[in-house]
Design a protein around this ligand. Structure first.
Ligand code: BGC
Length: 488
């Protein structure tokens, strides 16, 4: 991915778009993840994951934040009503994750049939409503037993995950044919670093450690390498088993930006960040090599990341069926003057941009990112596995309505970017809003809302927001004007 100098004129276009370039079989969806929605953390023999552990400590997200109830989605009475809402909105696909410890409570070994039955029932219920499942095998909820053995830092994690993946494929291949192997490895690694810092009582500052610091770089890349190898192992098992379907990794891609006044140290850090956050995945998956600049940096600084010469080739040879793109915002990078002189990137939000919880609102950068995949990475099949936004103080229910105008405009403009990419030849097969509902936003707890559907946490009442109505109209191919995103 190239480094783009930011131009103020590129800030969010507000032109109205039509959804017409989308083929009839385009997958219109929404996404979620098990721990963020299910609750019922002790039901039916579930084992504990790192998130059960993290949120049992009030230093992580405060005293009352945990996943014990979440949005009660494990409850069939509840989720059937939610599926009915999805159907009403016109969703044709739903992305959800399976909780590893509902299937293998100890992380490895004995299979919990109740867990399998729960998700089989859920998938059947989705399909009965005409909604195609997109199953994520792993969305950050590492079994606690395996975390105690080092989690992704341990090369054995490749085998643990591959065994789990085999259980999933054997038990679900008859019901589903598209699987996201892992979700957002870089963000998972950052969350684990942040959790460790919080548990140690450190002040974590304004920006969480999304980009690994020099002292964490070895461990971060070690985990990422093992996650990629685990995914490759799972893909190979799926193929060898003769199952039919498409598998991919959901990678959070961050177009990297510097401002016009950037100096050499800023540019160097921007390029390194691109190598670590984006090309670490794209170059290994599509070119069979890790970025040279990052490898040289590791060698020069004698940083061990457990990378064997054949690893990147193994990842490439797995030949994944699609790439899942999670896109929220670009990253503006500058060199942290208090950090090491050779590598100390920090991201920041420039004053002249519209800012959402995850960063600047820049649909133009989604279009550029898709062009990059098309032009430099062989134009793979793409699923936009996550795209969405949360804005401060926007999700307030008044007179039975939630008028989330910013989210509404955000979704319309990002779908507009996908439409342009399709017109230019990108092979985007689906788009999934993050998220179907307001839910447990990890360490930000329940106050940060990303949903199309508002959740009243006191009584689990659901209210589709204005953005849900607008998304539904976009799915139908309607043109959405700016004014449609405002309602009095
Ligand atoms: C994750 C989600 C998360 C969302 C919004 C993504 O990084 O996959 O689990 O809720 O972003 O922060």
């Amino acid at each position: 991915m190239k480094i783009f100098a930011a131009l103020c004129s590129l800030v969010a276009s507000s032109s109205a778009i039509s959804a017409t370039p989308f083929p009839p079989d385009f997958q219109w969806g929404a996404s979620s993840a098990a721990y963020q929605i299910e609750g019922a953390v002790e039901a039916d023999g579930k084992g504990k994951s790192v998130w059960d552990y993290y949120l049992s400590d009030k230093k992580i997200a405060g005293p009352d934040v945990n996943g014990n109830t979440a949005i009660n989605f494990y409850d069939r009475n509840q989720y059937l009503k939610d599926i009915a809402l999805f159907k009403k909105l016109g969703l044709t696909s739903y992305r959800f994750s399976i909780s590893w410890t509902r299937i293998l409570p100890d992380g490895t070994g004995k299979i919990n049939e109740k867990g399998i039955q729960h998700y089989r029932q859920f998938i059947c219920d989705l399909k009965a409503a005409g909604i195609k499942p997109l199953i994520t095998l792993y969305h950050w909820d590492m079994p606690l037993t395996l975390a105690a053995r080092g989690g992704w830092l341990n090369r054995d994690a490749i085998g643990w995950y591959a065994d789990y993946a085999k259980v999933i494929f054997d038990n679900f291949h008859d019901l589903a044919d598209q699987f996201v192997l892992v979700n957002e490895p870089t963000v998972e690694v950052a969350q684990n670093t942040l959790a460790a810092e919080k548990l140690a009582g450190k002040d974590v500052g304004t920006y969480p450690p999304l980009i690994p610091k020099k002292e964490n770089l070895g461990n971060a890349l070690k985990s990422l390498n093992h996650i990629l190898l685990a995914s490759a192992a799972a893909q190979n098992i799926f193929r060898k088993s003769g199952y039919e379907g498409a598998l991919g990794i959901a990678v959070p891609l961050f177009p990297i930006l510097t401002e016009k006044n950037a100096i050499a140290a800023d540019i160097n850090d921007a390029e390194m960040t691109d190598g670590i956050m984006n090309r670490w995945f794209l170059d290994s998956i599509y070119k069979g090599k890790y970025p040279e600049q990052v490898l040289s940096f590791l060698a020069l600084n004698k940083i061990d990341a457990d990378i064997l010469p054949e690893d990147a080739k193994t990842i490439h040879q797995a030949n994944f069926g699609f790439i899942g793109v999670n896109y929220y915002a670009p990253l503006y990078i500058r060199h942290d003057l208090n950090g090491d002189s050779d590598y100390a990137p920090e991201f920041y939000n420039p004053d002249d941009q519209k800012i959402a919880f995850t960063g600047p609102v820049r649909p133009d950068q989604l279009e550029r990112l898709l062009a990059e995949l098309r032009l430099n990475y062989g134009n793979p099949d793409v699923l936009i596995t996550e795209n969405g936004a949360a804005f401060k103080d926007e999700d307030i229910k008044v007179n039975g309505q939630v008028n989330d105008s910013n989210r509404c405009l955000y979704i319309r403009d990002h779908i507009g970017a996908v439409a342009k990419a399709l017109e230019q030849g990108s092979k985007v097969k689906g788009y999934y809003v993050w998220s179907s509902h307001d839910n447990l936003e990890w360490m930000s707890g329940y106050r940060t809302r990303f949903g199309l559907i508002y959740v009243d946490y006191a009584n689990q009442e659901r209210t589709p927001k204005l953005s849900a109505e607008i998304y539904s109209r976009l799915i139908k191919g309607e043109i959405i004007k700016d004014g449609d995103c405002y309602r009095s």
